[in-house]
Unconditional design. Structure first.
Length: 382
């Protein structure tokens, strides 16, 4: 059965199998944001040491045994990016490298660690905002820092290849299955419209795929060359007005709008057959609901409204980054995990304190209710 990493209300990190919540393995007594390492190598966790004023990324195996240190902040910088977010960690698909975004002397900084090597927390560059994505082969890292987009080569030395000096209107660059890089550049000074572009390293050139009004957030449908992007014409709202699809494998030149807004975020199932769309609930009060459609846009089911936990709010807000590091869908694409509180659990915390968040599993079909599987702040599948 698939394993789930759970952050309890006390910040204990445990692992359990999907069908046996009671038989859990304690990994750490207090930590943040568990990240599953590739090939069953274990978990990386963010820890904060309030006594020393530092934070670290530590690796554990799935039996709870400590493995190694992967990163540590220095004592002369802030130990966390923000409350509840010490770092952002993204392992390469091969498991050879770990990219860590954390505070540094020059501000937000990207660090690279060789998992089985001697290099630990090598600072690469500083800038803000800062977003990263690994190429499918794990040899290259796309780095979007401020207005600059570059590709960091890791196998043969540390070469940084510039891609764009005016990378705006998006956050995380997306890799095609063949290793081309998808990004955006503005068509006007205010970035009210963007050109979606594809960069090929072999000829160091970028071609325009499509021009569209607004800003975009990218994601590829798993196992395909189908590019999906959410479009917003009002970025300040944090809501997208539609989701579009452009099949690069078929050489399409005109994308199709296939999901209407409002959309907060979206997550593909591992088999590429279901799309979970997170929407603001009509009831308001920071509540959301999940609706799922198949790859043709046919409605499969929707949840009742819920108030997401702090961690889940972060994942929804930066879904194009966190979908690369944390999996909400089960490996068989049958269930989806969310964390937070249901509407029936009491008033908002602004009135009567903070009710305890829970982890819910949901099977995307009509009339399917949430199943509460544990108390906790956040959970993700291996």
């Amino acid at each position: 059965m698939p394993q789930i990493a759970l952050v309890k209300s006390s910040r204990e990190i445990v692992i359990f199998e999907e069908n046996d919540v009671a038989d859990e393995t304690l990994i750490a007594e207090e930590a943040y944001w568990p990240v599953w390492m590739p090939a069953g190598a274990g978990l990386s966790l963010s820890l904060v040491n309030s006594n020393s004023g530092t934070s670290t990324v530590e690796m554990f195996d799935t039996d709870g045994n400590y493995s190694k240190n992967l990163f540590q902040t220095s004592t002369d910088v802030q130990p966390v990016i923000a409350p509840e977010v010490p770092h952002f960690c993204l392992p390469a698909p091969t498991g050879d490298f770990l990219a860590t975004i954390a505070p540094g002397k020059a501000g937000l900084t990207l660090y690279i660690t060789e998992i089985d090597g001697l290099v630990i927390g090598d600072p690469i560059l500083s800038g803000a905002p800062l977003f990263v994505s690994w190429s499918p082969d794990g040899d290259r890292l796309a780095v979007h820092s401020g207005l600059n987009l570059s590709v960091l080569e890791l196998r043969d030395g540390r070469a940084s290849i510039p891609v764009s000096a005016d990378a705006r209107g998006f956050r995380v660059a997306a890799w095609t299955p063949k290793g081309e890089l998808i990004f955006a550049e503005p068509l006007d000074s205010q970035a009210e419209s963007v050109a979606i572009r594809m960069w090929d390293q072999e000829n160091s050139k970028a071609e325009t795929l499509y021009e569209i009004e607004g800003g975009v957030a990218f994601s590829f449908r798993p196992g395909t060359g189908e590019l999906n992007f959410a479009r917003t014409r009002d970025p300040e709202t944090g809501v997208f007005d539609s989701i579009w699809s452009l099949n690069l494998e078929k050489g399409e030149s005109e994308p199709k709008q296939w999901v209407n807004g409002p959309v907060s975020s979206f997550f593909w199932s591992p088999n590429g057959e279901k799309l979970a769309v997170i929407r603001p609930a009509p009831s308001g009060s920071a509540r959301y609901a999940v609706s799922v459609v198949d790859s043709n846009g046919t409605f499969l089911g929707a949840t009742e409204p819920f108030t997401p936990s702090t961690e889940m709010q972060t994942m929804f807000a930066f879904f194009d980054q966190y979908e690369l590091s944390h999996r909400l869908w089960s490996p068989d694409s049958g269930n989806l995990l969310v964390s937070g509180r249901l509407h029936t659990e009491g008033p908002a915390p602004a009135f009567f304190g903070t009710p305890e968040d829970s982890i819910f599993s949901w099977t995307p079909k009509k009339f399917s209710p949430f199943e509460r599987i544990a108390a906790g702040r956040f959970a993700c599948y291996a």
